[in-house]
Design a protein around this ligand. Structure first.
Ligand code: HEM
Length: 300
């Protein structure tokens, strides 16, 4: 079973993030549209051979309970608010995540997939992500450095062979709005201690000097000596002058790792809250999805 194609490729230049609800009585139409989406993806991959064009169609727990068989995507559950509302829950039924090295290919696929779903979905949110120089976020720090590489990408992101849902993946999509004026008032050494890495040179600060509520202090977690890894495919979004921030998206073979990092960021484990939330960023959405393998998506 093969993972969906927006999971493994790294360093995309463009992304499209769409969340939608299934209209009443439309589940058969949604199944047909999933099949059709896979065919439309393949046609556009042939048309844009250099674009590393990828698509994930994933389902919230309520929707997945309609489509999934026993044992598939067992961990999926609705996103619930964290940190006394610091992380709001905006769970929808369907996530469409597209990424590519070329924006033209990504947008062509978004149009094609939405045409396949037609009136079976009500689109609730749509954002377009872009890549800044050196893969920096709008905050000025390089994002993605410690992402798993090579073989480890699949090991971390995709449910392994031997399970009933091998090839599937759990997804978190969370939109973060940045306040760059506020961030600009924090001097660079303090910004660096908030993140846990240097800004210009992107080096990890030694664990002995890293603040416990720095971003790395919150998310670089171990359980029984084993690192809790996730694969991030986030991109900046928005306007230079208007609303902007990070479309945070992560994939993992277990929802547990993603959730553990979130609980730690939002003060649910030891009362400490990520300094990013104090100085720059506000979570404005949050939802969990299960992405079945391509073969299952095409045969729901
Ligand atoms: C405002 C939102 C966020 C911003 C601006 C942000 C930014 C960053 C930056 C600059 C790094 C260091 C470079 C790197 O390794 O990528 C990083 C690392 C990381 N972030 Fe985030 N992040 C955000 C949200 C999150 C969330 C919600 C999670 C998890 C649910 C997360 C998980 C991670 C992980 C696992 C690492 C690598 C840690 C390590 O092993 O060194 N981040 N993030």
């Amino acid at each position: 079973m093969n993972p969906q194609t927006a999971i493994i490729p790294d360093h995309a230049k463009a992304g499209v993030f769409i969340e939608a609800d299934i209209r009443i009585g439309q589940t058969e139409a949604v199944k047909a549209a999933c099949r059709d989406s896979v065919a439309r993806l393949q046609a556009l991959q042939a048309k844009f051979p250099q674009a590393a064009l990828g698509l994930t169609v994933a389902f919230g727990s309520e929707a997945w309970h309609i489509f999934g068989h026993a044992g598939e995507g067992r961990e999926i559950k609705p996103f619930t608010p964290l940190g006394n509302g610091l992380a709001p829950a905006t769970q929808q039924d369907v996530l469409i995540h597209i990424q590519a090295l070329q924006q033209d290919a990504a947008l062509a696929l978004a149009q094609a997939v939405l045409a396949a779903f037609g009136d079976s979905l009500t689109v609730v949110t749509e954002e377009h992500g872009y890549r800044l120089y050196q893969e920096r976020g709008l905050d000025g720090f390089v994002d993605g450095t410690e992402n798993p590489q090579d073989q480890a990408v699949r090991e971390v992101a995709v449910i392994p062979e031997g399970q009933p849902d091998a090839g599937g993946s759990y997804v978190l999509l969370q939109k973060y709005r940045h306040d760059l004026k506020r961030w600009g008032k924090v001097d660079v050494p303090h910004q660096e201690s908030c993140i846990g890495r240097t800004k210009e040179t992107d080096e990890e600060l030694d664990k002995s000097v890293r603040l416990p509520d720095s971003h790395l202090g919150r998310v670089d977690l171990k359980e029984n000596g084993v690192g809790l890894k996730i694969v991030r495919r986030s991109l900046p979004y928005g306007k230079i002058t208007g609303e902007h921030g990070l479309m945070f998206i992560a994939y993992c073979h277990t929802l547990h790792n993603i959730e553990a990092q979130l609980l730690s960021m939002f003060g649910e484990t030891d009362g400490k809250t990520d300094l990013l939330l104090k100085h720059i960023s506000t979570a404005v959405s949050g939802a969990y999805y299960y992405a079945p393998p391509v073969e299952r998506l095409a045969a729901l």
